[in-house]
Design a protein. Structure first.
Length: 147
């Protein structure tokens, strides 16, 4: 089964913990790259760690969580080869994967979810990239932009 790297800051720690437990119960190989508790820490550190591991290990995915999901998604998207989708719904997770080739999912623990976070995670992990030419062309254009 696919390996999933996880990371969060203090604002996303509890949701990351719940996601990690769920993934383990589903048989996923997981690696928690931090943080280790709710003590204040910096989200860019963990967005970067997860994105770098996903890029170094093709076929893996990443999940990052902070209070809003915004900061940690920006950090993950700074790493060349990482495509992070910020999703509060199953639909956004599916479209981010299938259309945009997202390999990292970001969520905000302190935000409102349209769908349950675990359902969002499950969708993100099961959906593959849409091989239609128009989506591939657009992903190629994104690659040309750099990080």
């Amino acid at each position: 089964m696919m390996k999933v790297f996880l990371g969060s800051d203090h604002g996303g720690f509890e949701l990351k913990r719940r996601v990690l437990e769920h993934l383990k119960s589903q048989g996923y190989e997981t690696e928690d790259l931090g943080c280790v508790d709710t003590s204040s820490c910096d989200y860019p550190v963990y967005g970067r760690k997860v994105a770098e591991q996903v890029v170094k290990n093709p076929g893996t995915r990443g999940i990052v969580v902070c209070g809003s999901g915004v900061g940690i998604s920006i950090a993950a998207n700074k790493i060349k080869g990482s495509r992070c989708v910020l999703a509060n719904s199953v639909e956004l997770a599916r479209l981010g994967r299938s259309h945009n080739g997202a390999n990292v999912l970001a969520m905000g623990e302190r935000t409102k979810f349209i769908d349950a976070p675990i359902k969002i995670v499950d969708e993100f992990l099961k959906v593959e990239e849409d091989k239609d030419e128009r989506h591939q062309r657009r992903r190629n254009l994104l690659n040309e932009l750099g990080s």
